[in-house]
Design a binder for this molecule. Structure first.
Ligand code: NI
Length: 152
């Protein structure tokens, strides 16, 4: 088995808060990440596909194909966006790196054309990153009208 990884980058803003918490609870739990107008990150996304190389090409997956899929289905939708407001597939979801990794998995897993999606890593900063391998997991979606950044 070979593990093939493509890295992509995007810049986006977000605000971490739970609409069911009081302002005080949000501030205590999310601290600076609860800043009402949001804050930004330069994210790094790594997508790992595993498989056995095709005997005729030597590829598990053509990395140009993987690059284009990540660009079209993820990067084009999140780069230079506000993750609370601007991204349909994140509506109502607290946009932590954990939940981003889960959401990106849901999008990519069904459309990887060769090999099997193995891991999604989302780096929020140089030192902080999360990794998801597709284990079943529920991510709550809060009512969008309470959740939108622009509702402030
Ligand atoms: Ni943040």
């Amino acid at each position: 088995m070979i593990y093939v990884t493509r890295r992509a980058t995007f810049s986006a803003s977000h605000r971490l808060y739970n609409p069911l918490f009081s302002d005080e609870e949000n501030e205590r739990i999310f601290d600076k990440c609860n800043n009402p107008r949001g804050h930004g990150h330069n994210y790094v996304l790594e997508v790992t596909v595993r498989g056995v190389p095709d005997p005729q090409t030597g590829y598990v997956i053509d990395l140009k194909v993987l690059r284009d899929i990540i660009e079209e289905h993820i990067i084009a939708k999140v780069d230079h966006k506000h993750l609370n407001d601007d991204v349909d597939f994140l509506r109502g979801i607290i946009p932590t790196a954990e939940n981003l990794a889960w959401a990106f998995w849901q999008i990519l897993e069904p459309i990887i054309p060769a090999g099997t999606l193995h891991a999604i890593r989302v780096y929020e900063s140089e030192n902080n990153f999360v990794e998801y391998h597709g284990e079943p997991m529920e991510v709550p979606r809060y009512p969008v009208e309470q959740f939108q950044q622009s509702a402030l």
